[in-house]
Design a protein around this ligand. Structure first.
Ligand code: COA
Length: 302
């Protein structure tokens, strides 16, 4: 799979741990020690659609719109149930009508699932491209009195245009239905059993990365970059330790953005791309995990 371009957007309003000290019983030290998060960006007038649009416009710069045959938006926080964010993007970006455009709700695994879906569909559409977006306004789903959850999340969007190029890729993915680990309650607010999610993430992500490496016949040290869903520094550190892989392999920007759910992987990829960290031929492993519970690993060459 070839990434032709990337884009991203985060709202300018930046909410620090010190800002949270004023609204819940917490401290900068507690948040940093347990999560590695220092700040997150929070939407004001921005919507999931406007953030998706800003990221997608960047990713579409220099791309021929007629090459796009698929628009997938990963989100669990669409502004409205229907029409889909993807459908509205197709129209607003002036993309051809002959596209498949729909949203994917797999929470924090959403971008990974969109990528896996795109790969399968693009195999049947030679030369065509997919616009993939992860966009979330998680702040609209947070209970700002629930200190165990509200400090973790931020808003934003990331996007990429991808094209199947025949090079081999390797994947591992799954779902283990557990509706009580991360879910929205009757008011639509996000609830989470932090410990349970932490243990799931460390065990399952480690095993999924092992599975995908085994399929590819590679050792962790032969990877160039691992881009995990940016949930928590401690989860990433524990996964690296269990794999026996150096932390330098693992890209992190969660300190600035917190957990942006489906936006986190494309947001990270765009930052890496813009900073020149991604070189042609490098082995990149993407790892999504979250509500479902769901997870997915995807190994490819940049
Ligand atoms: N500030 C201060 N104290 C807090 C707090 C906060 N923001 N949130 C919770 N606490 C308190 C708890 O009330 C509890 O107090 P008690 O012992 O008096 O009852 C104490 O800290 C320990 O709570 P616990 O939930 O056991 O903490 P933890 O060590 O598990 O850390 C998380 C909490 C959420 C940071 C951790 O469980 C985690 O990272 N889980 C994974 C979450 C995640 O990444 N979810 C998204 C996946 S896609």
């Amino acid at each position: 799979m070839k990434f032709l371009s990337t884009g991203s957007f985060v709202p300018p309003r930046r909410m620090t741990n010190q800002d949270f000290e004023k609204i819940v019983d917490t401290s900068d030290q507690w948040i940093v020690e347990r999560t590695g998060i220092h700040a997150r960006h929070v939407a004001e007038e921005e919507t999931t659609l406007t953030m998706a649009m800003a990221a997608a416009k960047q990713a579409m710069e220099g791309v021929d719109p007629s090459a796009i045959c698929l628009v997938l938006v990963a989100t669990f926080t669409p502004d409205q149930a229907t029409p889909s964010v993807a459908s509205q993007l197709q129209q607003a970006l002036g993309l051809p009508e002959e596209v498949l455009a729909y949203d994917i709700n797999a929470a924090c695994s959403g971008f990974l699932f969109a990528l896996l879906t795109a790969e399968r569909l693009l195999e049947a559409m030679p030369g065509k491209c997919a616009l993939l977006v992860g966009a979330e306004k998680v702040s609209g789903r947070l209970d700002y009195t629930d200190r165990g959850t509200c400090i973790l999340f931020g808003d934003g969007a990331g996007a990429a245009v991808v094209q199947a190029d025949g090079r081999p890729t390797w994947a591992d993915y799954g779902n283990r239905s557990n509706g009580s680990a991360i879910y929205t309650d009757e008011k639509g607010l996000l609830r989470m059993e932090g410990r349970q999610v932490y243990q799931f993430a460390v065990r399952t992500v480690t095993q999924s990365i092992r599975n995908v490496l085994e399929k590819a016949g590679l050792e962790p040290g032969q990877l160039d970059h691992v881009v995990c869903h940016q949930a928590n520094h401690r989860i990433i550190e524990a996964v690296a330790r269990h794999l026996g892989a150096p932390m330098e392999l693992f890209f992190e920007n969660l300190g600035e953005y917190g957990n942006t759910s489906a936006a986190s992987i494309p947001l990270a990829l765009d930052e890496m791309h813009r900073n020149g960290m991604l070189k042609s031929g490098q082995r990149v492993l993407l790892e999504g995990f979250g509500s479902g519970l769901s997870w997915g690993s995807y190994l490819f060459e940049w």
